[in-house]
Design a protein around this ligand. Structure first.
Ligand SMILES: NC(=O)c1ccc[n+]([C@@H]2O[C@H](COP(=O)([O-])OP(=O)(O)OC[C@H]3O[C@@H](n4cnc5c(N)ncnc54)[C@H](OP(=O)(O)O)[C@@H]3O)[C@@H](O)[C@H]2O)c1
Length: 262
């Protein structure tokens, strides 16, 4: 199998949650490979900084302020892309939130709703819009869902509330989409990419504690590791090869439950 990003050069990729962590690393990689990358997130100033940093690279980053929990924002973002850049070739559904400590037995509904709106419904709406655009323009594009190992096995960590369920939903949504596209004889690819613990801002407090306890951070993945798996590997495969599910985790398991006892 020959891995190559050549067919994507100059094409449009949309990355949700591109203002930090894994999304920012993926957006950066895609710009370096020569794509037009539409970076969606709420913190526009962060997106602008990233665009500035990447100004002299082969491709270009286009910041578009978008709240993925709001359908209207997503529709406006896709409208802007259609009017200003042209057909979407790649969508990376990366935006995701984790609200630790809000238990299922005592948590509040609004927090659960926020997590499900971003991690599940926002992903579904963005996917629908991207696939519609790809079909209208006859593009054999690629959708990547940034899932989690928590979408395959519930971690024995108290306080995750609806997060694992939201990622189990992503596992099901990826396979349901694959079957749906297949039944339509579509050649659009769908990849579910499931990282273990990655050093980002998503659970900053817990991760800082983890680093303090371990005295080093080298057992954790960084955002670049995940970007390499998404871009260099999954997107670089030839048109007939589909990476359906890819799990990437640190070499040694991290025992959060032990950590949270300290
Ligand atoms: N870090 C890990 O250990 C880990 C492990 C497995 C899977 N993941 C998954 O990887 C993905 C990225 O997480 P990360 O670790 O990189 O987290 P992060 O550093 O906290 O970044 C999250 C990104 O999502 C965006 N986002 C959050 N809510 C949003 C909203 N309503 N609308 C638009 N964008 C929104 C944030 O942008 P704004 O705040 O600017 O909107 C930010 O760019 C998530 O889906 C997460 O579940 C992470």
């Amino acid at each position: 199998m020959v891995l190559s990003m050549d067919r994507w050069v100059g094409k449009v990729a949309v990355v949700t949650g591109a203002s930090a962590g894994i999304g920012a690393a993926i957006a950066e990689q895609l710009v370096e490979k020569g794509l037009k990358v539409v970076a969606l997130a709420r913190r526009k100033e962060r997106l602008n900084e990233l665009a500035k940093k990447l100004a002299n690279k082969k491709g270009k980053l286009y910041p578009v302020k978008t709240d993925i929990s709001k359908e209207e924002d997503i529709l406006n973002a896709f409208k802007w892309i259609k009017e200003n850049l042209g057909p979407v070739h790649i969508l990376v559904n990366n935006a995701g939130i984790l609200k630790m400590g809000n238990t299922l037995t005592d948590g509040d509904t609004d927090t659960w709703r926020d997590v499900l709106n971003v991690n599940v419904l926002g992903l579904c709406i963005a996917t629908r819009e991207a696939v519609r655009d790809m079909k209208v323009n006859k593009i054999d594009g690629h959708i990547i869902h940034i899932n989690s190992t928590a979408g395959h096995q519930v971690p024995p960590t108290p306080g995750l509330n609806v997060y694992p369920a939201s990622k189990y939903a992503v596992t099901a949504l990826a396979e349901t989409l694959r079957l749906e596209l297949n039944s339509q004889k579509s050649r659009i690819k769908i990849t579910s990419l499931s990282p273990g613990v990655v050093l980002t801002e998503i659970a900053a407090g817990v991760l800082e504690k983890l680093i303090k306890t371990m005295g080093k951070d080298e057992q954790l993945l960084d955002a670049q590791d995940v970007a390499d798996a998404a871009v260099v590997y999954a997107l670089s495969t030839p048109p007939h090869v589909q990476i359906q599910e890819l799990t990437i985790r640190p070499i040694l398991d991290i025992h959060f439950s032990e950590l949270l006892k300290n």
